[in-house]
Design a protein around this ligand. Structure first.
Ligand code: NDP
Ligand code: 2IT
Length: 449
């Protein structure tokens, strides 16, 4: 059924679910966007008549492939690799690669879909894509990770390129994995190009990329607060995760005078009533980045509380920064945050709040910075890495941090422009509409493609 004949969100979602059976995360991500876009395009025939929402919810292509590798016991292992190339209307496909045992096509489709709107919000010329594998890096040796990455890139290299598709990191893919993949791409193609971002500084990487997602997320919160005549000073902050995004979120909260109280991993969370300071953060960074240890060690070392198996969302706070994974805040936890007085949520992770949790934030009219706006700093600096690679030069740390700051401010401005609703800002609607417009306008200009 064409959208021009569809009248409601429910009808649209029914068709989407029929076309994408069982892909619950993808349904959730599309619903979250469609709830803003369907009312927006209601009286705009240029969008409605071009079936724009149906075209935007059908990925350009999905590549799925076998990844064979040998473990340290010489056993042959088989995983599945993917690249979802969602939309390249405004630039080459761009988005991370995730290695996690729970990766499915549905999860990568939701991430690639979200990435399209996020990348549009950065105002840089990047389309949306995402890739990954159900490979579980936990407990694997460096050699095993290297052999997996080489095998994964052997196939992926056929489908990417600096003008086609430029992957980067995500959960389970950091500096080590990007280096192994970039090295393999070089061997196969004999071309030194900016085909991946998040590279090491010695081979085309950009300063500030490592920090960018976390810093950007706190900058976005700072902008929401200042729009409401408030500041980060003394704010009690809950952070989840303890990987790349969480670490630099905590660092920037400390720099701006906030008090980070928690960090987590998939086994549970630590609650440090004194606040995580620079020294304790250095411990987390060493624990996670060099020793690949568990967050419970923090509790042993600093005498903080450790709570097994759940997120920190029941701890009273002023601000929340979910930085671990999708659906980590359910409806009850979202309600708990609001009840305990939380005034702002900035999402470092992608889709960390369920729709029920979002409904609680919107009903209470707290400042809710959705992931496609709040965590866009990472991909924005990836875009700047692409620019530097094309020019074959490197910008300074100060210059890059200033550009990141400007980009986050610009995203905040776009959200306010399109999300202003009698007396408050619906940042979710603002981000969805602003991200949508640029991609949709490009697609319509291309005709029927
Ligand atoms: P990392 O792999 O560095 O860290 C992930 C963290 O989240 C770890 O602490 C991990 O714990 C925890 N985690 C992962 N899966 C789960 C789970 N199912 N349940 C509970 N905890 C979990 O990844 P990043 O920090 O890079 O990514 C975190 C989030 O930020 C993701 O949603 C990602 O998509 C998003 N993001 C990342 C960007 C980037 O530039 N890296 C950019 C924009 C968004 P454990 O070690 O126990 O698995
Ligand atoms: O979700 C994301 O925006 C990322 N994982 C970063 C993507 C990128 O290309 O830098």
């Amino acid at each position: 059924m064409g959208y021009s004949t569809v009248h409601s969100l429910d009808e649209f979602m029914e068709g989407l679910k029929r076309r994408n059976p069982g892909e619950t995360e993808y349904h959730q991500a599309v619903y979250e966007v469609a709830q803003s876009i369907i009312p927006y395009i209601k009286d705009k025939p240029e969008y409605r008549n071009s079936q724009i929402l149906e075209r935007l919810t059908e990925p350009d292509r999905i590549i799925s492939f076998r990844v064979c590798w040998q473990d340290d016991e010489n056993q042959i292992r088989v995983n599945r690799g993917y690249r979802v190339q969602h939309n390249n209307a405004i630039g080459p496909y761009k988005g991370g690669i995730r290695f996690h045992h729970n990766v499915t096509q549905s999860i990568l489709k939701f991430l690639a879909f979200e990435q399209t709107f996020k990348n549009s919000l950065t105002s840089l010329p990047m389309g949306g894509g995402k890739g990954g594998s159900d490979f579980n890096p936990k407990g694997k040796s460096d050699s095993e990770v290297m052999r997996f990455c080489q095998s994964f890139m052997t196939e992926l290299s056929r489908h990417i390129g600096p003008h086609t598709d430029v992957p980067a990191g995500d959960i389970g893919v950091g500096a080590r994995e990007i280096s192994y993949m970039f090295g393999q791409y070089l061997r196969i193609k004999n071309e030194f190009t900016g085909v991946l971002t998040g590279k090491g500084l010695a081979f085309g990487g950009s300063l500030i990329r490592t920090e960018a997602t976390g810093y950007g997320c706190v900058y976005f919160m700072q902008d929401m607060l200042s729009h409401a005549d408030k500041s980060m000073d003394g704010m009690r902050c809950l952070v989840s995760g303890s990987g790349n995004v969480a670490q630099y979120t905590i660092e920037k909260i400390i720099h701006l005078g906030g008090i980070p109280l928690t960090a987590s991993d998939s086994s549970g969370f630590i609650y440090d009533k004194e606040g995580i300071n620079e020294e304790k953060l250095a411990f987390i960074m060493d624990l996670k980045n060099n020793r690949r240890g568990r967050i419970s060690e923090y509790a042993d070392k600093y005498g903080a509380e450790f709570h097994a198996g759940k997120g920190p969302w029941a701890i009273p706070c002023d601000l929340a920064f979910p930085c671990a994974t999708q659906n980590e805040i359910d409806g009850d936890q979202g309600a708990m945050l609001v009840k305990n007085g939380c005034i702002g949520v900035a999402e470092g992770a992608n889709m960390p709040s369920t729709q029920d949790a979002i409904d609680h934030y919107l009903e209470a009219k707290i400042m809710y910075g959705p992931s496609k706006a709040a965590n866009a700093g990472g991909v924005a600096v990836s875009g700047l890495e692409m620019t530097q690679n094309s020019m074959r030069l490197s910008w300074s740390r100060t210059e890059l941090d200033e550009r990141l700051r400007q980009i986050m401010m610009n995203i905040h401005g776009q959200c306010v422009e399109y999300g202003q609703q009698d007396g408050w800002v619906n940042y979710l609607a603002g981000a969805n509409i602003a991200g949508f417009r640029k991609v949709a306008d490009a697609m319509i200009a291309y005709g029927v493609v």
